[in-house]
Design a protein around this ligand. Structure first.
Ligand code: NAD
Length: 408
């Protein structure tokens, strides 16, 4: 049975063994400080009223206010929200930002709602969780099928209830509504900085390093583009419908432009069409899953020929596949490090809002680079000194920071 919360607790127990944590700490960190289930009505465009179910999990705030996205999806369930909330605690600690872990979600298929229904839903969910969030309590952000526009509506709704606009309550807002410069590029650019750290440590020459990227949306596009600009040979990219390949390297911007004008990646001059399964198993130096979860599974892990996997999507490698890749000697740079650029810039946004500042894009990128470099260095060093996987090293660094904060 797929039970993400059970998986997250099992992972914590493994880390606890490495860190030799006492059982009372493990028991404390296995549960959430708070888990709220809400049911709230929303008026539809035709005048009918529909009842929705949502959640907000608050795992731990020992390092700072809870932080984590809001997911709108038909598959949202308490186990998933609890797990994602615990993972956010570790991710914020790994990135060394002063936040704990939270996560929220609503069971809804956004494709069935109009824009005005989505606005009413966003505002109604915010009202339902209002009591437990706030700029110094719990700071939501977007996640699957939620947008920066929705964050703008929610920040506005929060301001009405709080009798004063408080933009720091939510991050990844639109720029004109106190969002941060550079948030759009943040996750992909952060992943590129991690790639640079990996290349330096493993003595990879970018010009000789081939890369394949699955998913060319926000995260995949920026990771691929920054890699391409730095001289890496991005030889294959894919969206949900098509995958294309060119052994000499693909100009990522030209490919996106081609997709815009032709409606598809297929037919891009100089490239050949391959299947998405084929892209997964190309003999590249670095494979970058940047689309969705569970793409490398026990079914296909044996066939992976990449030398490294950089997890830009959340959870693209299942736990079974993780073990297979480890046995095959393919290091996996985990999502909690690789895609933490997003939450780091969310922290910068919160900081700017709290201090009434507005940073330039250059400053945001400079601070992001510092954060990604120090997190990478620390995790790479921990991995080497403990001969464990990158994933275990990342979790060990994150969990030990949380445990340290529990002592204060
Ligand atoms: P997005 O919707 O902008 O892009 C997703 C891309 O993946 C699209 O190009 C889509 O066509 C493609 N895709 C979907 N299914 C595919 C498949 N089976 N094969 C190949 N391509 C496929 O989403 P995003 O914001 O780029 O997020 C991608 C992943 O990164 C998600 O797992 C998300 O949770 C994670 N993530 C995003 C952020 C962020 O700041 N956006 C931060 C951390 C983690």
């Amino acid at each position: 049975m797929n039970d993400p919360y059970a998986t997250s607790v099992a992972q914590l127990k493994k880390i606890a063994e490495i860190l030799k944590l006492p059982s009372d700490i493990v028991t404390r960190l296995s549960v959430h400080d708070k888990f709220l289930e809400v049911h709230f009505p929303v008026t539809m465009d035709d005048g009918s009223v529909k009842l929705f179910t949502g959640y907000r999990a608050q795992h731990s705030n020992v390092r700072g206010p809870y932080k984590g996205g809001i997911r709108f999806s038909p598959f949202v369930n308490p186990s998933e929200i609890r797990a994602l909330s615990m993972w956010m605690t570790w991710k914020c600690a790994i990135a060394d930002i002063p936040f704990g872990g939270g996560k929220g979600g609503v069971i809804v298929d956004t494709k069935t709602l109009s824009e005005s229904e989505l606005e009413r839903l966003s505002r109604a969910y915010l009202r339902a969780i209002y009591e437990i969030i706030g700029p110094t309590k719990d700071i939501p952000a977007p996640d699957m099928y939620t947008t920066s526009e929705m964050m703008g509506w929610m920040a506005d709704e929060y301001g009405k209830l709080a009798h004063g606009y408080a933009p720091a309550v939510i991050t990844a807002k639109p720029l004109e509504k106190d969002g941060s410069e550079g948030r759009t590029e943040a996750t992909g650019l952060g992943g590129f900085y991690v790639l640079q750290n990996l290349a330096e440590r493993e003595h990879l020459d970018p010009k000789q390093t081939t890369v394949a990227v699955q998913g060319i949306g926000n995260v995949g596009y920026y990771t691929a583009r920054y890699a391409h600009d730095a001289g890496y040979r991005v030889i294959a990219i894919a969206d949900s419908k098509h995958a294309i390949k060119n052994d000499q390297g693909i100009d990522v911007d030209a490919a996106i432009e081609f997709k815009k004008t032709h409606g598809s990646l297929e037919g891009m001059p100089g490239t050949t069409a391959i299947s998405n399964d084929n892209l997964l198993t190309l003999p590249v130096d670095v494979f970058i899953p940047a689309a969705t979860e569970n793409v490398i599974t026990s079914e296909n892990a044996e066939a992976i020929k990449a030398k490294y996997v950089l997890e830009m999507a959340n959870g693209p490698v299942t736990s079974d596949a993780d073990m297979i890749l480890e046995k095959k000697g393919i290091p996996v740079i985990p999502d909690v490090l690789a895609n933490s650029g997003g939450v780091s810039v969310s922290y910068f946004e919160w900081y700017q809002n709290m201090h009434h500042e507005h940073w330039s894009k250059e400053k945001v990128f400079e601070e992001l680079k510092k954060k990604m470099n120090s997190a990478s260095e620390e995790i790479f060093a921990y991995k080497e000194s403990h001969t464990i996987s990158f994933r275990m090293a990342a979790y060990a660094v994150g969990v030990s920071r949380v445990v340290e904060a529990m002592k204060n």
